[in-house]
Design a protein around this ligand. Structure first.
Ligand code: 13P
Ligand code: SF4
Length: 358
């Protein structure tokens, strides 16, 4: 792995524990009648405010259910960006993490973008502050800066291209064909995978996802021995030893489609378990197992859900619809630069394949 020697900010245990506390508060369990009341109020307010709910696959089941049943969308990060841009609603409620809300705002500055929690971060975004990225980028003026969507608007403004896990392979292959050398940020595991697949000359920022980096190859091999017929589906934010065990590697949408298109009836899935809601809904007869993680049941701090995704709950969703709080703002000088690198990706991706979610 050709990793940059950069002293980047790590996400410490205290920050993860705080996020988990926030997530617990947001995802409090309700009595059925209270849940029904909250859902009914949210539905009515979405209509009244001309708002659409756009949720990521990693959000809680009740958020995904609401998005689908109110004319919104459950999608991967690329498709969330497209739906936000193309939907006629004037208010976008983005249930995901901050970079998803920012991308929606960058693409649709005239719309109001609200998020159930503004504390919903992403470890990759936190690993790559804009000032540090700019400093490193200036050291490599001969390289094309390709950043993952899981970054702040300010980092995107410094980049030539934005990519997501669903288009990174194609975009980097295209850049390699053009003879470009790449400065990649911030996920070293995704970067490593793309580098191996494309053979491109890539310098990798050393960031990581606190959820995907915890998958454990030895435990996955043991689980595979118990279910020899199972296919292994892996999100490319996972380390290379996990990716090597995969039958299929792809973004959340691609993993879902791979399971749909496969004849197998058992799958071991190495990504955030929020995806199981859609997998089980679409394929009730198939068995989906979580890939095992380091320290599970003992020391692991981020084993279960992404704590930031879990900050999206029914109560805070209702609050933002009621009072218009948690609005996303992106400074115009940053937005106009970030939109260029995002639009480059959008034109490339949607010229190549039709949208998946309407
Ligand atoms: P997708 O682009 O596959 O939705 O991934 C986003 C993400 O945050 C994965 O951890
Ligand atoms: Fe970020 Fe990982 Fe959470 Fe995705 S799962 S939002 S990459 S911390």
């Amino acid at each position: 792995m050709n990793t940059l020697d950069v002293d980047y900010p790590k996400v410490n245990s205290a920050a993860i524990e705080q996020a988990q506390r926030d997530a617990l508060e947001a995802s409090a369990l309700f009595q059925e009648d209270e849940k029904a009341r909250l859902v009914a109020e949210i539905r009515a307010l979405l209509q009244k405010r001309n708002a659409v709910l756009i949720a990521h696959y990693y959000t809680a089941d009740d958020i995904q259910e609401l998005a689908e049943s109110t004319g919104g969308c459950v999608a991967d990060s690329l498709e969330m960006a497209r739906v936000g841009r193309d939907h006629s609603a004037q208010t976008l409620i983005v249930a995901g993490v901050r970079f998803m809300g920012e991308t929606a705002k960058i693409l649709s500055p005239e719309k109001r973008v609200l998020m159930p929690s503004l504390r919903a971060e992403c470890s990759l975004d936190l690993n790559c502050p804009a000032e540090l990225f700019r400093e490193v980028r200036n050291k490599y003026p001969d390289r094309t800066a390709v950043v993952y969507a899981n970054t702040s608007a300010a980092v995107k403004a410094e980049a030539d291209w934005v990519v997501t896990s669903s288009n990174a392979l194609k975009i980097v292959s295209h850049l390699k064909q053009e003879g470009r050398k790449i400065l990649w940020a911030p996920d070293r595991f995704l970067g490593d995978y793309i580098q191996r697949e494309t053979g491109a000359d890539m310098l990798l920022w050393p960031g990581s996802c606190i959820v995907h980096e915890k998958f454990k190859a030895s435990a996955l091999i043991r689980l595979k021995e118990r279910y020899p017929q199972a296919e292994v589906l892996v999100h490319p934010e996972s380390p290379m030893d996990i990716i090597k065990l995969a039958n299929y590697v792809g973004s959340t949408t691609n993993l879902l489609n791979a399971a749909k298109n496969s004849k197998a009836s058992v799958f071991i899935v190495a990504t955030e378990p929020g995806i199981f809601y859609k997998m089980r809904q679409a394929m009730p007869d198939k068995l989906f197992l979580e890939a095992p993680k380091e320290g599970e049941g003992a020391t692991c701090e981020s084993c279960s859900r992404c704590p930031w995704m879990a900050m999206n709950g029914l109560k805070n969703l209702l609050t933002v619809l009621n009072d218009g709080s948690n609005e996303i703002h992106v400074e115009e000088s940053i937005r106009v630069r970030a939109v260029e690198s995002i639009n480059r990706m959008m034109s490339f991706s949607f010229a190549a394949s039709p949208p998946a979610c309407s």
